[in-house]
Design a protein around this ligand. Sequence first.
Ligand code: GLN
Length: 450
Amino acid sequence: VRAYFLRIGQVEPKVKAYVTTQKEQAMVDAAALDDSLKGWRKTQPMMGMPLAIKDNLCTEGVTTTCSSRMLQNFVPPYDATVIAKLRAQGYLLLGKTNLDEFAMGSSTENSAFGPSRNPWNLQCVPGGSSGGSAAAVAADECAAALGSDTGGSIRQPAAFCGVVGLKPTYGRVSRYGLIAFASSLDQIGPITKDVADAAFLLGVIAGHDPMDSTSADVPVPDYTKALKKKDLKKLKVGIPTEFFAEGLDPEVEQAVRAAIEELKSLGGEIKEIQLPRTDAAVAVYYVIATAEASSNLARFDGVKFGLRSKDTKDLLDLYTKTRQEGFGPEVKRRIMLGTYALSSGYYDAYYGKAQAVRTLIRQDFDAAFKEVDLIVTPVTPTPAFTLGEKSEDPLQMYLSDIFTISVNLAGLPAIALPCGFSKAGLPIGLQLIGRAFQEDTLLRAAHAYE
Ligand code: GLN
């Protein structure tokens, strides 16, 4: 803990990965673990592991802001299930990491507290929305971190920062205590230095939870054991034509194609496949995600918790002023889009239609996974972009998620891992997508490759 805080002291003024650090508490917790250590190590493999947690996961007694003015002073009275599980294993909380406000964004530039920076190049974004978590791992400001992924928010920042990011199958990890953005898409997952750490952390946080009715009652395999086979023998690997189309940066394409060659030399059988509705994914996502967000964010009304605007005349004025002052422009934009899509007379045309196309996207994946065991794609069309480059143009920002979004719509697991660098020295990511609840196959292949 001391070593990590030394490092945080050195690099954090530049990287700005954290919203909150809690040095004193972490030192106290570490000392308590030291005292009780004898004989524990074998049964508590996680004991003393210093982690950073995305600031949309509730931590009892530690502010959880969602990088929003709305929750700037919110101290949750309970732990998210994933935090309770880590705590039971003796982990140490170093601090809470920065994100795009309420996880809406791809660069952390939508944080009310200012953006984080990419440790590989401080002029570049670390990606988002879990940009603080990815930057903290890449800059050695923690041993590993947790993020959340609604449309790419674990995988895209992992790719931009040259680390490993795993989005589990929808339902694999309990969302209880994750402040909801789009409930049918959100999943919590690890951001780590390597695949073995991702496998280990997934094993700790996965599993059924009665507090989350969408968490699945499916046995959790030993993911670390799954890493033993260091090859892709007997695995069919699909390359979707639609993901290698125009808009893909040549350097990214080259790195991903080289990675595919390597997967082949590791025993994988490479096959071209089709995912024909890929072009509809971004549009479908921005109807469904904004609709769900508009409903989820209705709870921030100045009454129950979070910000309360002062000097208001009546209840309506309290609601209006609180939401005006508490939410940033991107959150407001999404609430308006989502409210419109759900309003009477438009529901069928927008939300209903988007749900129908979502089913077709899922069916494309179902068909593909009859032919192959894994799908390989780039994570992002380009390496990390510079700060400010896309922040004035929301549509450009939305389009940068084109390769990650369909995975959330289909509820599938996917991992991002480093596969090279651009000439400018920025990391490039490789995405492996697996069948539902087959994170073990995904991790095995990723580990064989890395
Ligand atoms: N960038 C996407 C968005 O802005 C995804 C964010 C996420 O996964 N939380 O919605």
